[in-house]
Design a binder for this molecule. Structure first.
Ligand code: WT7
Length: 653
């Protein structure tokens, strides 16, 4: 366990006293001003009605919010719009067709500059292609792609014809892809031969072929040629994107859909083994993402070059590479590959090359850059940056200050943004130019958003105390339900406390009332900003014939925030397999879920610590995994078990 953490525990973060005021020059020109808070509080619905003016509605809405069937919300009731029209056509119509939508940088160094007019043409072609394949309004389309412009084209083509997309992160395995396709009954898959990662082509099509062996409802697969790898081909089912999309007309008239028409389903891990399909709809989501992108990133579409360094396969990419930035007519950078290919300064080279003004990334990336050393970014001209942001997990103060000093030149505001797949949009964040930055704190709910920290009984905690993070009012980009499972939506989010949304995170309020998000309080882990379920990994482990029982915990890790640590009991027949078994199990988890879920450590044990009622005490396993003194063991059925596991852990270090 050489990588295990000696970081301060999160509660120590509260002793952090550094803070950074917004630079006067930034504040003077900032989009968001302090009076937004008061305006939103005075009349939240009027505030959200005003934010909806960012969007072009074909039919105006009659009511801002219908909460009569809470927690099932309807936003902008009666309004009709087309998401792709809002992201593309209206900018072209306004004379901005020549503005760059994306500067695409491939990992091997190939580049493409795509204007709004070009993107619109490609999206129309793809929309016509989907129609030719029989895709109708409401049908689902799965997208399993690398980080290339066609991924955006595919998403917007779906949005244009009202076919909800479900983008499955390219790092997920064939099994995970199959489960998602089956759950939302997608009829079409859009993929590519592969993408470029770590200096070599990484295949995607084989996983699709494997997944589709068990997805009888999928009629066609559109395949983008990216790497030129050999691919297996199923005649009649598989179609090359270049041929089939390329031959289509660039004309397509967008249809306006109801504000509540489903825009996409994004799967995320919950506390059970089965991932949840988070449903986002059209009007509220576009309002929420465009407003927050404007306020939090201070977007000036004429001059900014904005870069969210995340994968489109996660919600961060959906909201802040695709929908928010395009709705706002922003010029973005899109990068295909890994940060250290072909050299550890690749990101900084990209920022210098495109004179990027805003960077948004995850703390795990920042901590990796810290480890490599400040001399790497110092070799590149990063003076174009005027704002930098962080998302996905708590950012520890050292990483925040390093980021501000070495990437932000010691002067840019840093926005630590808290939100979730479910919230669709940033919810808690400083407003740059308004709010001071405190390293480690996401600060305050954005204007229009109402968050609180409550105790077990659901009462607000006083300043200086901790509790559970809740959201008190509905917001436009909120999830509408869990795909096909309304009850799970109610149970997971709206039942823990009365009438408020339970986020699943622990949080504290400091003496100033500012919010510090401390991490999950449920069986969800956060590894490099990726959300993983302990139960899901446990299920993957026990699906292996050699495993009798498994318990998984998230242990703190200096670089990845948390790391997966698994404790397994082998079946009698598999005893004595040693390192080979551990290797085999790691690979098994990769193939069941994806490489991101591969345990950092697997410890073979003979028993797991259980209560008398048979519940595994993960809390104690986490203590062991983090090399802490083991907590209260009085409820254990057999208290000697944990001592044996501790010995095993120490011996394996
Ligand atoms: C979970 C949501 C938001 C898009 C990427 C992750 C954690 C997210 C922060 C932050 C502390 C954070 C929470 C949350 N999280 N941002 N700024 N500070 N924790 O989306 O996969 O749905 O994960 O990520 O634990 O619940 P996600």
């Amino acid at each position: 366990m050489s990588e295990s953490s000696s970081e301060p525990t999160l509660s120590n973060l509260l002793h952090e006293t550094r803070h950074f005021d917004p630079p006067a020059e930034f504040a003077a020109a900032a989009n968001a001003t302090a009076d937004l808070y008061a305006e939103a509080e005075a009349d939240p619905e009027a505030f959200w009605a005003k934010q909806a003016e960012r969007i072009t509605w074909e039919t105006p809405f009659e009511q801002v919010l219908d909460w009569s069937k809470a927690p099932f919300a309807k936003w902008y009731v009666g309004g009709k719009l087309n998401a792709a029209y809002n992201c593309l056509d209206r900018h072209v119509e306004a004379g901005n067709g020549d503005r760059v939508a994306y500067y695409f940088e491939g990992e091997p160094g190939d580049t493409r500059t795509i204007t709004y007019a070009q993107l619109k043409d490609e999206v129309c072609q793809a929309a016509n292609a989907l129609i030719e394949l029989g895709v109708r309004t409401g049908d689902r389309v799965a997208i399993y792609m690398p980080m290339i412009p066609e991924t955006v084209v595919a998403m917007l083509a779906c949005a244009r014809i009202g076919a909800p997309h479900t983008v499955v992160f390219g790092g997920f395995s064939a099994t995970a892809l199959r489960d998602r396709i089956v759950d939302c009954q997608a009829g079409i898959v859009i993929t590519s031969d592969g993408g470029n990662r770590k200096g070599k082509p990484s295949a995607l099509k084989p996983a699709v072929d494997e997944a589709l062996a068990e997805c009888p409802d999928v009629r066609n697969v559109l395949v983008v040629k990216r790497t030129g790898q050999d691919v297996d081909w199923t005649e009649g089912r598989d179609l090359w994107w270049d041929d089939f999309v390329g031959k289509q007309s660039t004309e397509h008239t967008p249809e306006a859909f109801d504000s509540e028409h489903p825009l996409y389903v994004m799967y995320t891990s919950g506390t059970t083994g089965k991932p949840k399909g988070i449903l986002h709809t059209t009007g509220g989501y576009l309002v929420g993402t465009s407003y927050t992108h404007w306020a939090v990133f201070d977007i000036k579409p004429e001059t900014d070059v904005y870069w969210t360094a995340a994968d489109i396969g996660w919600v961060t990419g959906h909201s802040y590479i695709v929908y928010g930035p395009l709705a706002n007519g922003t010029t973005s950078v899109m990068y295909e590959g890994t940060p250290d290919t072909p050299h550890p300064g690749r990101w900084w080279e990209i920022i210098a090359k495109y004179r990027a003004t805003i960077l948004y990334c995850a703390p795990t990336a920042i901590r990796t850059f810290m480890k490599i050393g400040a001399e790497v970014p110092a070799q590149h001209d990063l003076t174009s940056l005027r704002l930098i942001g962080s998302v996905g997990e708590p950012i520890n103060p050292e990483a925040y200050v390093w980021y501000r000093d070495n990437i932000g030149g010691g002067k840019t505001p840093v926005v630590d943004t808290w939100w979730q797949t479910e919230t669709g949009m940033i919810m808690i964040s400083p407003l740059p130019g308004v709010t001071s930055g405190k390293p480690g704190s996401a600060m305050n709910p954005l204007p229009g958003v109402s968050a609180d920290v409550v105790d077990d009984a659901g009462d607000s905690v006083p300043n200086g105390s901790g509790g559970y993070l809740v959201l008190k009012r509905p917001w436009p980009a909120m999830l509408r339900t869990v795909w096909g499972d309304d009850q799970r939506y109610v149970d997971t989010y709206w039942s823990r406390f009365k009438d408020v949304y339970f986020a699943g995170d622990g949080a504290k309020r400091d003496e100033d009332g500012d919010i510090w998000v401390l991490g999950r309080v449920d069986d969800v882990m956060n590894v490099s900003g990726h959300r993983l379920s302990t139960t899901e990994i446990e299920s993957a482990l026990v699906s292996h014939p050699k495993v009798a029982e498994a318990a998984v915990v998230g242990a703190s890790d200096v670089t990845t925030g948390q790391a997966v640590v698994a404790f397994v009991i082998l079946r009698e027949s598999a005893q004595g397999g040693g390192d080979d078994v551990v290797d085999e199990l790691r690979k098994h988890v990769s193939s069941e879920i994806g490489a991101i879920a591969r345990p950092r450590n697997i410890l073979v044990v003979s028993e797991l610590p259980k209560t008398r009622s048979g519940k595994i005490m993960r809390r104690l396993l986490r203590d062991v995994a983090e090399h802490r003194e083991v907590g209260d063991v009085t409820t254990l059925a057999d208290s000697s078990v944990i001592g044996a596991i501790e010995q095993g852990m120490n011996a394996s270090s």
